[in-house]
Ligand binder design. Structure first.
Ligand code: ADQ
Length: 478
């Protein structure tokens, strides 16, 4: 089976499909906000920004959780989008969300970096919540609608929905990697997950490897018939495609050019003591992101004298996430221990070598920080895509800055002008940081121009347009 990323020229930008669209994702595109008139504000994030224009133009609908447990909420409309909340109890948050999704599937789908929990009560809650989504979708989707389901929390929904509503066209996009058979086959409910996804007309992946891994699992576990980019199973065809997700390049660029951002960027440099080089890391505090690795590499370079603590400062922003899950508590302890150890050894009074923020920042603050960063360190062990790498390039309207990027992030397929590195190799990671810090201005600018060109050409609007176009074609081929 041969799978390549969809051709960017295959859809007119912004082309809205004519059929009604329903989106299903774990979370609704809005958050509760008591400062607004209707009590809701749009959730931050590229996905929402990419999909909202299309939803508005087609009178679209979104099904998802409000983010608050035990929160039965009537359907409501925000900004032209009809929202259908799915009520999830506190116990289900623990079992379906923190448990099966984030302590079972998440580690398994990321190279089994941590031991997964396989627990029958969690699996039953996952089935129950997926069923609730499927029933709601079946009840509200107009005839012949297009339903686009997102991510690993909802992998059973496609088949459940198809059974109730065969008239609907069903697409699914997996935001994280799909693991190889050798790992996936550990899952006690592996057949159910494959069958769930094979209810789709189209499954989208970030990288070609995700699609080939899925096809291999369907072939081995379900004896499905595998063709070129298509799987035949029980009389139904499911197409597979590759759609690397992206960001709203124009928006980030515009924010980065604003006066307020420029002012904030220069304030950040001053507050950091006007160092020659600011190294930057921005991640959810997740063990997949390789935060500890890069702290250790930075510490080793200060120790060996290859980096000078009087010239270089590191800023690491780690967003709180999944704090109820034990692996995340362990990871946080280890990162904070490392920050303390390195700062204790190399800081001077009033001038720490690592500035560590365990906080969620506003998008404006984040963009100002990206602009201030001379070297961006994105070093995950495994990552579906990594939008931070793309945001960094879009924010660098000055045409300067170096991105050090793990080969194991999906973004490495496209961002070939980054300094690509295998983060498992300690010495290679240290060398790539030194290369980035010492890189000549001409090379920095040439590489940054390449990065920016790539992100601009393949932005998130194009991603959504290409997925919809492929889904419409898949429905015609059915
Ligand atoms: P994530 O694992 O969350 O996403 P990523 O793609 O880097 O990872 O997206 C993180 C987003 O959160 C970025 O847009 C960033 O701006 C924002 N963010 C990070 N730290 C922040 C902070 N401290 N304050 C505010 N905002 C912050 C999953 C997959 C990825 C895939 C995306 C999209 O794991 O591989 O790229 O979905 O498909």
């Amino acid at each position: 089976m041969k799978i390549a990323a969809d051709d960017p020229s295959s859809t007119a930008p912004g082309a809205a499909p004519i059929r009604p669209i329903v989106i299903a994702a774990n979370r609704l595109p809005v958050m509760r906000d008591n400062t607004t008139e209707n009590g809701w504000a749009p959730s931050p994030g590229g996905l929402v920004r990419a999909l909202l224009p299309m939803l508005r133009s087609s009178g679209g609908t979104w099904v998802g959780w409000t983010g608050t447990p035990d929160d039965p909420t009537e359907p409501f409309t925000v900004d032209g989008v009809d929202c259908y909340p799915i009520d999830i109890s506190a116990k289900e948050v623990e079992l379906y969300y923190e448990g099966f999704s984030n302590d079972g599937l998440w580690p398994l789908y990321h190279d089994a970096l941590r031991e997964s929990t396989y627990d029958i009560a969690q699996w039953e809650a996952y089935q129950r919540v997926n069923e609730r989504f499927a029933i709601t979708l079946a009840n509200i989707a107009p005839p012949n609608a297009i339903v686009w389901i997102h991510d690993y929390q909802l992998q059973l929904v496609p088949a459940m929905l198809r059974q109730q509503r065969p008239d609907i066209t069903i697409g699914f996009f997996l935001h994280i990697p799909f693991p190889p058979y050798e790992l996936f086959s550990r899952l006690p409910w592996r057949n159910e997950i494959i069958d769930g996804l094979l209810g789709c007309d189209l499954i989208g992946f970030q990288r070609p490897k995700g699609a080939t891994n899925f096809a291999a699992c369907a072939s081995q576990l379900r004896k499905s018939d595998i063709g070129e980019n298509v799987i035949h199973n029980a009389g139904h065809r499911t197409e597979l495609g590759v759609f690397p997700i992206s960001i709203d390049f124009a928006e980030v660029e515009e924010m980065a050019a604003g006066r307020a951002t420029r002012k904030l960027t220069s304030q950040i440099r001053t507050r950091l003591g006007d160092p020659e080089v600011i190294l930057l890391g921005v991640d959810r505090l997740d063990y997949t992101k390789g935060i500890g690795l890069r702290l250790r590499a930075f510490g080793a370079l200060l120790e060996s004298g290859e980096l000078d603590p009087e010239r270089c400062v590191m800023v690491q922003v780690a967003t709180p996430t999944r704090e109820a899950v034990e692996h995340y508590q362990d990871e946080r302890r280890e990162i904070e221990r490392l920050v303390g150890e390195i700062n204790g050894r190399f800081s001077r009074i009033g001038l720490p070598v690592i500035h560590y923020l365990y906080q969620t920042l506003s998008y404006d603050d984040l963009i100002a920080l990206y602009r201030a960063g001379d070297v961006m360190l994105v070093t995950p062990f495994r990552d579906g895509m990594n939008l931070v790498a793309k945001e960094y390039a879009a924010a660098h309207i000055d045409g300067d800055g170096v991105l050090v990027l793990s080969e194991f992030a999906g973004a490495a397929d496209e961002l070939t002008d980054a300094v690509l590195v295998n983060p498992h190799d300690d010495r290679a990671l240290q060398e790539s940081i030194v290369t980035a810090v010492e890189m000549h201005r001409h090379e920095r600018r040439a590489r940054m121009a390449g990065l920016r060109e790539q992100v601009k050409r393949m932005d998130v609007q194009g991603w959504a347009d290409r997925f919809y176009a492929a889904l419409a074609r898949a429905a015609e081929n059915q």
